[in-house]
Design a protein around this ligand. Structure first.
Ligand code: ADP
Ligand code: ZN
Length: 214
């Protein structure tokens, strides 16, 4: 099954993509995670991506498309994948379509993870990530039982630079300008299913499964 998760930054795409990935046993491919791993490892790609990410801007399509097209052709994607954070622009969606067309495949579902802006701003300002394993927590909604230490690996929890309030505002603007049009693009193809992300994560998996008819 080939699934795309769409939604504003901080709407909860990543958490939901991880749940669905586990349930369906297909890879969760997050372009944000790929860039952060590259930044952490000091790669050339990481250096290029960081300057954009820190400003809340999108990394140029030229740096993203080949990376994803290559990733979805790896053997572990044989039974499908969940794309989280890609595509984010119409040209990215076109690049994905071209790659899938060339192997006679198509997308099954586009899940629109919806939450109103005020939820998003709250959610992002309280978000903390583990500096070691990348696990995501929230000071209010999903705290680590060890405070600012990661439950899973003992690493220290930090606020992503791009979760700082000024950058959050910029990321929302960029979302409405560049990514929101993808909803209409995929609606025309009859692929969009919306899930409400204002609630907690308890019902998230069953909502997702209902949305994709599984
Ligand atoms: P969120 O969905 O919460 O904004 P992500 O982890 O998906 O967070 O992305 C973080 C940043 O990485 C984005 O603000 C952007 O700079 C960059 N990025 C991730 N995916 C893409 C993409 N498909 N195209 C361009 N930039 C991207
Ligand atoms: Zn950790």
């Amino acid at each position: 099954m080939k699934v795309i998760m769409l939604g504003a930054p901080g709407a909860g795409k990543g958490t939901r993509a991880a749940l669905l990935s586990e349930k369906l046993s297909i890879p969760h491919i997050s372009t944000g995670d790929i860039f952060r791993a590259n930044i952490k490892n000091g790669t050339e790609l990481g250096k290029l991506a960081q300057s954009y990410m820190d400003k809340g801007e999108l990394v140029p399509d030229s740096l993203v498309c080949d990376l994803v097209v290559d990733r979805i052709q790896q053997p572990d994607c044989e039974n499908g994948f969940i794309l989280d954070g890609f595509p984010r622009t119409i040209p990215q969606a076109e690049a994905l379509k071209e790659a899938l067309d060339s192997i006679g495949e198509k997308l099954d579902h586009v899940i629109n993870v919806y939450a109103p802006d005020e939820h998003i701003v709250n959610r992002m300002s309280g978000r903390r990530s583990c500096s070691q394993c990348g696990a995501v927590f929230h000071v209010e909604f999903a705290p680590s039982s060890k405070g600012d230490i990661c439950d899973k690996c003992g690493g220290s929890l930090i606020q992503r630079d791009d979760d700082k309030p000024e950058t959050v505002k910029k990321r929302l603007e960029v979302y409405y300008e560049q990514t929101y049009p993808l909803l209409e693009y995929y609606e025309k193809q009859g692929l969009v299913k919306t899930v409400d992300a204002t609630g907690g994560v308890e019902t998230a998996l069953s909502d997702l499964l209902k949305a994709i008819g599984a």
